[in-house]
Design a protein around this ligand. Structure first.
Ligand code: ADP
Ligand code: MG
Length: 350
């Protein structure tokens, strides 16, 4: 299993949209994918069509009650499982304040399930607190969605410092792999300036030991697209809502790029939709995650992503100033209240 933390302590940059739609594209192409809602706002849970008030299980129980990971996940679509969140998650940080090893609870809970999924994507909270530390401790890769506007790089240094700290102290396998430009408008000159700044910064890190030395801006950007903004209120992925729009096109390509990094052979470097008769109606062996939940989804066995074991000890690297943008005051985030309205989960109509 490849675990990817989708991380940015700012709200409204595209984390949840990215998790939902990359996961949906990977799952549709036959990978077994589990997504984790680690944001108390529960937007990921809502986006996949579940009402958080009805959720009696999920990430809160895994973190605070030693609940078994596979008992807390739910099959939402073929090949796509969700560890949901509800508002209880807000209290998890304070409840765990005196628990020894509280940063690695998720990692330990997921250990027995590592072979049962190909990808795990974590929708991180818009903060760098204990929830995010748990997500980073359990991950190998970090994907940073970023909206390339005026304040885009505000807080970027702090974010990288957190990754570096986790990398040094808890999880030497952790690497920042990708920056994904979301809500991209290539006509705006500021967009391109921000992009150039990040590119320059990442270039400077190449060949060093820092955890972002292999990071790249993904060559596909997610264009601003109204369909992406509409889909969550119907509890649908973009492929279910409007499979031919720019948003669907962009996320499909990004999922292909990510998949190709772990499956470099020319025959497996693009995601092909799986034929219906190839999909099997079986949960991951040997135990079925959350048998109490939705049984409409089906299971498709898939190739195992290559595991990497990059045990490197990282010497401390100073977080450099990124650009004039980053030199503004740090430490904010503009978490958005949930404004989604939901309809009950609907099966894909695409
Ligand atoms: N490419 C896009 N074009 C238009 N709207 C988008 C796009 N990506 C995300 N959105 C919308 O912007 C808002 C913030 O995105 P979201 O993924 O929820 O960010 P985060 O999880 O970082 O808070 C949501 O209302 C979402 O539907
Ligand atoms: Mg979100």
């Amino acid at each position: 299993m490849r675990t990817i933390a989708v991380l940015n302590q700012k709200g409204g940059v595209g984390k949840t949209t990215t998790v939902v739609n990359i996961a949906a594209a990977l799952a549709a192409a036959g990978s077994r994918v589990v997504v984790l809602d680690f944001d108390p706002q529960s937007h990921l849970t809502i986006h996949l069509g579940l009402e958080p008030q009805t959720v009696q299980f999920g990430s809160y129980k895994v973190l605070t009650q030693s609940a078994e990971f596979e008992q807390q996940i739910m099959l939402m679509r073929p090949n796509l499982w969700l560890l949901p969140a509800n508002i209880n998650l807000v209290g998890a940080e304070s409840e765990l304040v005196s628990v020894v090893g509280r940063e690695t609870i998720l990692r330990e809970a997921m250990l027995p399930s590592r072979d049962k999924f190909d990808y795990c994507l974590i929708d991180c909270a818009p903060s760098l607190g204990l929830l995010t530390l748990n997500a980073l401790a359990a991950s190998e890769d970090v994907l940073i969605p970023l909206q390339p506007h005026f304040l885009a790089l505000r807080g970027f240094g702090k974010l990288l410092q957190t990754v570096e700290l986790v990398n040094k102290r808890i999880n030497p396998n952790l690497k920042v792999k990708w920056v994904l430009l979301c809500m991209f408008d290539g006509r705006a000159s500021l967009t391109n300036e921000v992009k150039d700044d990040i590119e320059q910064f990442l270039e400077n890190a190449q060949g060093t030991n820092c955890p972002w030395s292999q990071a790249q801006i993904l060559p596909v950007h997610i264009r601003r697209n109204i369909k992406l903004a509409e889909a969550p209120s119907y509890g649908k992925t973009i492929f279910e809502y409007e499979q031919n729009c720019h948003g669907a096109e962009d996320y499909r390509k990004v999922a292909e790029l990510i998949h190709a990094q772990f499956h470099p052979s020319p025959t497996t470097d693009t995601l092909q939709p799986v034929a219906a008769d190839e999909i099997q109606d079986q949960p991951p062996a040997p135990s079925a995650p959350s048998p109490q939940h939705d049984s409409q989804a089906q299971q498709q066995p898939s190739t195992q992503p290559a595991e990497t074991d990059e045990n490197q000890n990282q010497p401390p690297i100073e977080i450099k100033s990124i650009s004039p943008h980053q030199q503004q005051k740090e430490g904010d985030f503009d978490a958005r209240p949930s404004e989604f309205t939901q309809t009950p989960t609907e099966q894909s109509d695409t």
